[in-house]
Write a protein that binds this ligand. Structure first.
Ligand SMILES: [Mn+2]
Length: 471
């Protein structure tokens, strides 16, 4: 890169730029107005007699140099652009002006227009955002700092966003698990969430409502008291802290409440707190928060805001890819690989459907096999099924431009079990007993045939008729 040549129109803008100071490789030039007799601002060269091509030539522009025109006067900018083009035909031009519109400027092959005041304004706004977040952190610490035991309450069967937020709140308070445990009324159950707490070594303790009495401080993250029923446990009717991104609900008191509905994940709020407070974010915490945003927003798609994108970028720079891989791709047990081998040996894609039936497996294997199954040539839908406990569990993936997976799975399990999901991924559970009653057995061939038939119909939007009446 060559020099940046900054051309300031008049003493006022030159003095403003001299306050900003010359950046590296930056040459400051003042073009005085006719009536201006004031002393040259420090660090500036003067181009007397206006901005003509000959004057620009005196700056001896070289290849690689770029120009900035700092002016609020359209006439000045309109004259400056051709003058620069004549003296330095290849030089790119940045116009810094808040009053000029691009369509009023002469043609130029490499020109960018931005506002000088808006640049500063954006930075000021961002700094105030940091300041409000810092105020929240100061408030949080003043409130919870003196408490001896703080219960950080997550929703039942906590999801990655909730777990990451609890972990971040504890870091923000400078606490350990012993004085600020993560607690929940229901254990972590979903296999992908279990993989997260295992990989990160985070413990979520299951408690009963009366057990909350052992805490002299209660903070809820990614949840509000009323999700624990119309009549929340007495201890939750008045809590210390609620940090959440779900719509605000009445029916409880909180000393500090920070609810930001426009955010795709509560993790984004906690990341802003950590940034504002200057807390060092290590790879484990960064990975947890990144995974929290990723799952809540489906990788910044659904419901993500620019704040989520910025927070994601921040934690991305600090996270551990190896740790993230361990969460997203938990180790496959050898017997699961053998079951997969058997399923693959006779696999086929029919009606754009690829179904792999694994037999009895650990639950977290099933979604991983569904991801793999979608890679089969010609497959628009992938279904991986396995037997877990007394249930037939199946994970569904699709290529995205077809019917929404959640709706299809709901149609498939209708009257038999439970299921649902999103546009491109879904999960269904059918008790084996119900499956046997309807289909006469639950061997692999029957499971495969039944799923194939049900999915083809559900994808076409047809009614699924089953021969046996449901008991
Ligand atoms: Mn959330």
């Amino acid at each position: 890169m060559g020099r940046r040549i900054i051309l300031c129109d008049g003493a006022e803008l030159a003095r403003l730029w001299s306050r900003i100071g010359a950046g590296e490789n930056e040459e400051l030039v003042w073009i005085p107005r006719e009536e201006e007799q004031r002393a040259r601002p420090p660090g500036f060269r003067i181009l007397q007699g206006g901005l003509q091509a000959e004057a620009v030539a005196r700056l001896e522009p070289r290849e690689g140099d770029g120009f900035a025109i700092v002016s609020e006067e359209l006439a000045f900018v309109r004259a400056a652009i051709p003058a620069i083009s004549k003296a330095a035909p290849e030089a790119p031009i940045l116009v810094l002006s808040d009053r000029i519109r691009k369509e009023d400027l002469p043609e130029h092959s490499c020109l960018r227009l931005t506002g000088l005041r808006t640049l500063i304004r954006d930075d000021v706004n961002e700094e105030f955002d940091h300041l409000w977040n810092l105020r929240r952190v100061v408030e949080l610490r003043a409130l919870l700092g003196p408490r001896s035991r703080i219960g950080i309450l997550l929703q039942p069967d906590p999801d990655p966003d909730g777990i990451a937020c609890g972990y971040a709140l504890r870091a923000l308070l400078g606490r350990k698990a012993s004085t600020a445990p993560l607690v929940s009324f229901g254990e972590v159950k979903r296999p992908e969430n279990l993989a997260m707490v295992e990989a990160l070594g985070i413990r979520v303790r299951t408690v009963t409502p009366p057990e909350l009495d052992e805490f002299d401080g209660i903070a809820l993250v990614d949840v509000q008291p009323n999700v624990f029923g119309e009549e929340p446990p007495a201890r939750l009717r008045s809590v210390d802290v609620v940090i959440d991104h779900h719509p605000p609900r009445p029916g409880y008191d909180a000393v500090m409440r920070d609810i930001r509905v426009s955010y795709g994940a509560t993790a984004t709020i906690l990341i802003e707190y950590l940034q504002a407070a200057g807390v060092e974010v290590g790879p484990k915490l960064a990975t947890a928060l990144l995974y929290g945003i990723k799952t809540d927003t489906q990788l910044l798609g659904r419901d993500a805001s620019p704040k989520d994108v910025a927070a994601f970028a921040f934690v991305h720079a600090h996270h551990s890819p190896a740790l993230l891989r361990r969460i997203e791709r938990p180790a496959l047990p050898v017997d699961a690989l053998r079951a997969l081998g058997r399923a693959l040996s006779r696999t086929e894609v029919m009606d754009a459907l690829h179904i792999l039936v694994l037999g009895r497996v650990r639950e977290d294997v099933i979604p991983q096999v569904a991801d793999l199954a979608l890679q089969a040539e010609g497959a628009e839908w992938a279904i991986a099924a396995g037997i877990v406990g007394r249930d037939l569990v199946f994970s569904v993936r699709n290529v995205g431009h077809v019917r929404a997976a959640g709706g299809v799975v709901r149609a498939v399990v209708e009257g038999l079990g439970v299921g649902g999901g999103h546009r491109s991924m879904a999960k269904g559970i059918i008790p084996l007993q119900s499956f046997r009653e309807v289909y006469g057995g639950a061997d692999r061939q029957r499971i495969r045939a039944a799923l194939h038939d049900a999915f083809v119909k559900a994808i076409r939007g047809e009614e699924i008729r089953r021969e046996e009446p449901l008991s």
